[in-house]
Design a protein around this ligand. Sequence first.
Ligand code: COA
Length: 284
Amino acid sequence: MFQKDLLQGKRILITGGGTGLGKATAQRFLELGAEVYICGRRQEILAAAEQELRERTGGKIHSRPCDVRDAAAVEEMIEIVWAEGPLDVLMNNAAGNFLARTEELSLGAFQSVIGIVLMGTLHTTMGCGRRWLAAGRGGVVLNVTTTYTTTGSAYVVPSAVAKAGMQALTRSLAVEWGDRGIRMNAIAPGPIPTEGAFSRLLPRPELEEAAKKRNPLGRFGTMEEFANLAAFLVSDGAGYVNGEVVTMDGGEWLQGAGEFTALGRELTEKEWEMMRPKKIVPKA
Ligand code: COA
């Protein structure tokens, strides 16, 4: 769906790029001509992903272990990347999440998720943003948020809190830094099957069917669909899109939010018949 050279010459860092959505997006960016850096916590997983993506795409890819919670480690990584040339795009994809009853969570559990999602995004964004501003050059940040930032969500409270902060950061800096050529956007994906997310958020396979029923399209999203949206948003073609959170969930959150949706789905044919105004019911 894109020109092969859409991202030619772009240097892109993807946090959490060794698995799931991050890895799939790295592949798409490489296929479209970008030079990609991936980081994550686990050296072996990153190295394997780097090799696999290089063989699959023939693109320029580098990997570096880095826990985005650690501000000093992020700064060191960005310094090393910049020594090879400035980045054009930062994608904050690294995340942590699990289902839990909030009253049972330790402070460490909150710190872990908020540390990865919110503080991690802040560390990388400040590292790249300050360098872009100092050099008087533009840049693009793409954050991966969720569909439950405005509503909140029970049982994933650390994630809801952290992603809401991430979204506020996206919109705030889109305005504050926009006049200096830095665009900030986010994608709010609905359920997309990945090992990391589904093992933590859908403990029983039967729940997958219930999750699909909650979606107007009756299915989950795919990593390819996510990666294509990401490619568009970081490309120059999306140059006027700034401060936007693009929801990509098949309409799932709207279905959950609509007051009469669930009710309407429960009604029988007979009940719909009863609800119709008699005078406009077509004659059989
Ligand atoms: N329920 C409740 N608490 C949990 C938990 C769960 N399922 N999983 C971890 N925790 C708590 C731990 O008990 C620990 O608390 P403590 O400090 O009081 O002992 C704290 O969270 C940190 O856990 P730890 O195992 O040290 O993990 P970590 O900080 O290295 O890992 C996580 C981060 C917890 C987010 C882990 O799930 C992870 O690595 N996730 C990455 C991938 C991911 O979540 N993908 C989904 C994205 S949608």
